[in-house]
Design a protein around this ligand. Structure first.
Ligand SMILES: Cc1cc2nc3c(=O)[nH]c(=O)nc-3n(C[C@H](O)[C@H](O)[C@H](O)COP(=O)(O)O)c2cc1C
Length: 342
């Protein structure tokens, strides 16, 4: 049993107020550690982990994370209730705060495995998966889905899916507010071409006021987030948080703590200490951490130099993490200057 047990959703819907999305190949443990420095109250999601990789592969490697990342939800991709139950059990033992089931990924590989977005066509199967996971863990079991798939794109389809899955004990739904096409679009196109329909998610919340509904898709500013939060319980930020990580402190201030104000350099110094520790303890190359920081200097003079050093000069196994601070030397951050002269 983990120490910092989450309140049940009924008592703790605040826990989902600000979430950072699961993003394959992007939100790995190092990225989440970095994001945690930028938004202390955000709920962070892992990349999707296929159940097969955990059940038949190296579970330790796939589930490793640092306690400072918490609260963290692990997202699984799978459709076998027994495998998902085993994964949920292992997730709880490792100290995760939530187990999330992916019902929104339309990639051909995932579709071939009969999980991800195709699961929206099989609500009974998803309910069986959720029920099995709920038996295996006392952590919240949650679902991330789309507003529809292919021609199944009406509100009643989404409501039927949610109602069936909620009956099995899922109380939190993260909804990417666009449908997925299972044929003909690449995963990237499926995040851009089907139009966003935030209103649809508001209607879902109206239909299920007792559930925690988190809206995802296209949110870029704290102002947008606050306006959605008048209608739903939480917002999930994906690409904007990754590409432009300095928006995260602005979300933190708007949604939780108006006084939160680290400088980018202070964050970078902490990341350097983390990179040093990971390098020393687990042999993690600096680049594995540095690659997530590329957007940190966006909008500041010197940003291009910073990005160049990070992408070109952090690759060797023995590079000293201090290179991240050296790369910052040419960045002119007015917030830092203001502090120096205060
Ligand atoms: C590179 C990338 C990888 C993604 N991987 C996942 C994933 O593993 N699981 C998932 O549920 N969604 C995944 N998504 C979708 C995001 O979680 C999110 O739903 C989508 O990007 C829309 O939110 P946004 O407009 O704020 O980016 C991924 C998105 C991107 C850009």
């Amino acid at each position: 049993m983990s120490e910092r047990r989450e309140a049940t959703p009924a008592a703790g819907r605040e826990a989902w107020r600000l979430c950072v999305a699961p993003m394959m190949d992007w939100t790995d443990r190092h990225c989440r550690w970095f994001h945690r420095q930028l938004a202390p109250h955000a709920r962070l999601y892992t990349e999707m982990v296929a159940t097969g990789a955990v059940v038949f592969g190296d579970a330790d490697r796939h589930l490793a994370f640092s306690p400072e990342e918490r609260p963290v939800a692990v997202q699984f991709g799978g459709c076998d209730p027994d495998h998902l139950a085993r994964c949920a059990e292992l997730a709880e033992a490792r100290g995760y705060d939530e187990v999330n089931l992916n019902c929104g990924c339309p990639s051909p590989r995932v579709k071939a495995g009969a999980f991800g977005a195709v699961l929206m066509l099989e609500p009974e199967n998803v309910a069986a998966c959720v029920a099995a996971m709920r038996r295996a863990t006392s952590l919240p079991v949650t679902v991330k889905c789309r507003i529809g798939v292919d021609d199944h794109d009406r509100l009643d389809f989404l409501c039927r899916f949610v109602e069936t899955v909620a009956r099995a004990g899922c109380e939190v739904f993260v909804v990417h507010a666009r449908k997925a096409w299972l044929e003909g679009l690449s995963p990237r196109e499926n995040r851009e071409i089907p139009p966003l329909d935030h209103e649809r998610v508001y209607r879902l919340k109206e239909a299920f006021p007792e559930l925690v509904i988190v809206l995802n898709g296209g949110i870029r500013t704290p102002e947008e987030a606050l306006s959605h939060l008048a209608q739903v319980d939480g917002v999930m930020i994906g690409r904007e948080a990754y590409a432009n990580p300095w928006v995260l402190p602005a979300f933190e201030r708007a949604l939780f703590d108006p006084a939160f104000g680290p400088t980018r350099r202070a964050v970078l110094e902490r990341v350097v200490a983390y990179a040093r520790e990971m390098h020393g303890r687990e042999g993690v190359p600096v680049h594995a951490v540095a690659r997530h920081l590329l957007g940190l200097a966006n909008g500041l003079p010197g940003a291009r130099h910073f990005r160049r050093i990070l992408s070109e000069e952090t690759r060797g196994r023995e590079v000293d993490p201090r290179i991240l601070l050296d790369a910052w030397a040419r960045v002119r951050d007015p917030e830092e200057v203001a502090l120096t002269h205060a």
